[in-house]
Design a protein around this ligand. Structure first.
Ligand code: GLC
Length: 741
């Protein structure tokens, strides 16, 4: 009976959705027939609100009149119900009353700022990551905005690239899982709900592989690498129902992504059957002139619309050229209509034609922006994102009854510094709601604890005049906490760094404070992996705190005093030096692998070990975990079968804690060489002291497949190594199995 009910239920849902889609298709066609060519092309235009130009764009002086004449489809960088309503009211004066779409870069939170996405990736907690996006969607949609330009799903193996802070790191499997979770969080139950926003998967594609880690630089790679490493997170986001995509600034194998038919039409709208629309990244259409791919704005418009870029964010190329290009038959009306249909479909799906002001509710905005559940969620994931790199003398966790604590460093008292490059400055919201690291500690310690402060030095510059005071303060304390790192504008867009050392004289300050002989806890706040070799080798207690957002101070205090046992794991490899970059865990073995110290005529550096400072998947806990009893249901499978892998995980230490257990596989021999290991599954497991749980993974063909040199997605008979570990290098259990065709 139940089965029949389920089938009928599914059938009902399918038919309801199908009929809804048909109904919207009908309305779109009806509207399209009424539109002039100018009105159609207006829908392909997007202008920025109050943000300054960041590329070859010309701010159009007649924005408002164009809106009233129905010649604009969307705006970005317009915040709050009040401001979006003003522009929507202008749109309602137009002949066809086609509502505007409002988009904004809500990358890690709207008012409640969450940890930067790279930090959230370090939590490996997909539920928490989805909740983070969900909260961002609730606050954004309540503020009159329909669309966020997120998630950024660019894989990157180069920490010189400042935009690693926006993504999920170097691994395709982890990045794909996170991409899926973020889209689900942003889009909620269904588009059109007033607590949901359209996601925008970016930057399509391979933007994170910029040569030299230099932002906006060229990308050149095999299509096999593109399909194997860089495209899967985009496909995962699409599978999650992503409403829109954004293309990327880079050229890929000689063709700018914005004018790249292979990416936008063959793959996205063709093979993947994407029904949403593609927006250019800022002025990327106009930038094809600088690329040397378009001789002028008119050719750029022709190339971009033909290649599948539906909406022109800010280059004005479509506004200035498409009408004429259609009139002289250089661009077919069918191409224009396809782009317009895609955009109108989303506006109908959001319900904006029924009620253009359905997202303009001041009471809902106020409630969303003062919801304490949001700050709780931010604090929870911030604690989970922190990575304990060293705790050699078990200085941590600290006692709340510690008599005197010296809290030193340029990151201790500022608030904004915890926010990261893409956080949103709401004019009418002061930054007091951001909990500084100092405030977090003040609230945490006992009434008998004395807190001392010294700045010590600035993030940048060579001034050491503050060292003296810092040393004096340290000498009066039982323990020193030193909070250092990158300023919030040192990672992010157009923030590539040729060296990724701790900036300024911060590491000198560490050396001076070490001479006091006091126990020192180092907190490193950054938007990327940094190089800090001396500190990594000489200081016993190091905590990587990224940029944790509004609840930074509380989350850091939770970790320092053991109210939350750190569980973060690195989503990117930390190099010893820039000279190792690109460095990543899932590399090929080469014909001359350097094993340990054997480097003679091997693939190695003569002046440095091949190994990273800290490996992918690494992170410590205050407790310890034992892995045991590895069992495979079989050690030989056909491609249609699966292996059940199980093992026991025990909390063998003195604290309750969470462990991210990681499953890596190695395909020993392939028709193309295969990585020495690849992450194929993981689980974040919470265990009480002494508790044991059995963890199970399923290995099926999907975990054994790869792209061959003909871009066929295949699996091959052969042997596989199986590794289960606490990091990509800390392998605790091993086995093997064979795939037989
Ligand atoms: C920027 C970024 C992109 C962002 C867009 C709108 O240049 O590359 O990620 O969504 O412009 O701000």
């Amino acid at each position: 009976m139940k089965k029949i009910a389920l089938i009928f239920g599914l059938l009902f849902c399918f038919t309801t959705t199908f009929s809804q889609q048909n109904e919207i298709d009908r309305k779109v066609e009806e509207l399209l027939q009424k539109m002039t060519l100018e009105e159609k092309i207006g829908q392909l235009n997007q202008y920025s609100g109050d943000s300054e130009a960041t590329g070859p764009i010309t701010i159009n002086p007649n924005k408002q009149s164009e809106i009233k004449n129905g010649l604009l489809g969307s705006m970005l960088n317009v915040k709050t119900v009040e401001h979006t309503q003003q522009f929507q009211e202008l749109a309602m004066q137009s002949r066809l009353k086609i509502p505007l779409l409002f988009g904004l870069d809500v990358v890690h939170g709207y008012k409640t700022t969450f940890p930067i996405p790279l930090a959230e990736a370090a939590s490996w907690d997909l539920e928490a990551i989805e909740l983070s996006a969900r909260v961002a969607a609730v606050e954004t949609s309540a503020s009159g905005i329909h669309w966020t330009f997120a998630p950024m799903v660019d894989i990157s193996r180069d920490p010189r690239w400042g935009r690693v802070m926006e993504g999920a790191g170097e691994d395709t499997y982890l990045g794909s899982k996170i991409a899926y979770a973020r889209v689900k969080g942003f889009q909620g139950n269904q588009l059109g709900d007033t607590d949901a926003v359209m996601a925008c998967v970016k930057h399509f594609a391979a933007y994170g592989a910029a040569v030299g880690g230099r932002d906006y630089n060229s990308v050149d790679m095999s299509y096999r690498m593109l399909w194997e490493t860089f495209l899967p997170p985009f496909k995962a986001a699409l599978d999650a129902g992503a409403a829109t995509f954004m293309n990327s600034f880079n050229d890929l194998n000689g063709i700018p992504a914005t004018g790249n038919t292979y990416l936008q039409r063959d793959i996205l709208k063709g093979k993947w059957n994407f029904k949403g629309f593609v927006v250019s990244d800022w002025g990327s259409i106009g930038e094809m002139i600088a690329h040397g791919y378009s001789k002028d704005s008119k050719e750029a418009a022709l190339q971009a619309i033909t290649a599948g870029s539906d909406m022109d964010m800010e280059s004005n190329a479509y506004r200035n050229n498409l009408v004429e290009l259609v009139k002289v038959n250089k661009v077919s009306l069918d191409v224009i209509d396809d782009a317009v249909r895609r955009i109108l479909y989303k506006k109908f799906e959001l319900g904006l034609f029924d009620d253009p002001f359905k997202f303009s509710n001041p009471e809902r905005q106020k409630a969303a922006l003062t919801n304490l559940e949001h700050t709780k969620a931010a604090r929870a994931i911030a604690s989970k994102s922190i990575v304990l790199l060293k705790n050699e003398k078990n200085i941590l966790p600290l006692s709340k009854e510690t008599k005197t604590i010296a809290f030193i460093g340029p990151m201790v008292k500022p608030k904004r510094i915890n926010h990261g490059f893409w956080s949103i400055d709401l004019k009418d919201v002061d930054s007091t709601y951001i909990v500084s690291q100092w405030e977090g500690l003040e609230r945490k310690v006992g009434k008998n604890t004395k807190l001392l402060y010294a700045k010590g030095c600035s993030v940048e510059g060579t001034d050491k005049s503050g060292f003296k005071e810092a040393i004096a303060v340290a000498k009066k304390a039982d323990v020193v906490i030193l909070s250092i790192g990158e300023a919030f504008n040192m990672s992010g867009e157009a923030k590539s760094r040729s060296t990724i050392q701790l900036p300024g004289v911060q590491e000198d300050l560490i050396k001076e404070l070490q001479k006091t002989g006091k126990p020192i806890v180092i907190l490193i706040n950054a938007g990327r992996p940094l190089v800090f070799n001396w500190t990594a080798e000489n200081m016993p207690t190091i905590v990587y705190t990224w940029w944790l957002g509004s609840e930074a101070g509380n989350a850091i205090a939770d970790i320092l005093f053991g109210d939350y046992n750190p569980s973060g794991k690195l989503p990117m490899t930390f190099p010893r030096t820039e000279g190792q970059i690109p460095i990543y865990y899932n590399h090929f073995n080469t014909g001359r692998p350097a094993i340990g110290e054997d480097k003679i005529y091997k693939s190695a550096y003569i002046d440095l070990p091949n190994s990273p400072q800290f490996p992918f998947g690494f992170g410590l806990s205050y407790t310890t975990f034992q892995y045991s009893d590895l069992k495979l249901s079989t050690q030989k499978i056909k491609s249609s079968e699966a292996i059940e892998v199980s093992f026991k995980l025990t909390n063998s230490g003195k604290f309750e804690g969470e462990e991210v257990v990681q499953l890596y596989l190695r395909d020993k021999v392939g028709c193309v060489v295969r990585p020495i290991k690849e992450l194929k599954d993981f689980e974040k497991v919470k265990l009480a002291i002494g508790e044991t749980k059995t963890i199970t993974f399923i290995i099926d063909k999907s975990k054994l497949s790869f792209y061959n040199d003909k871009l066929e997605y295949i699996s091959e008979a052969g042997e596989f190594d199986l590794m289960i570990g606490s990091s990509s290098e800390d392998i605790r259990l091993i086995s093997n199995f064979e795939l037989v065709q």
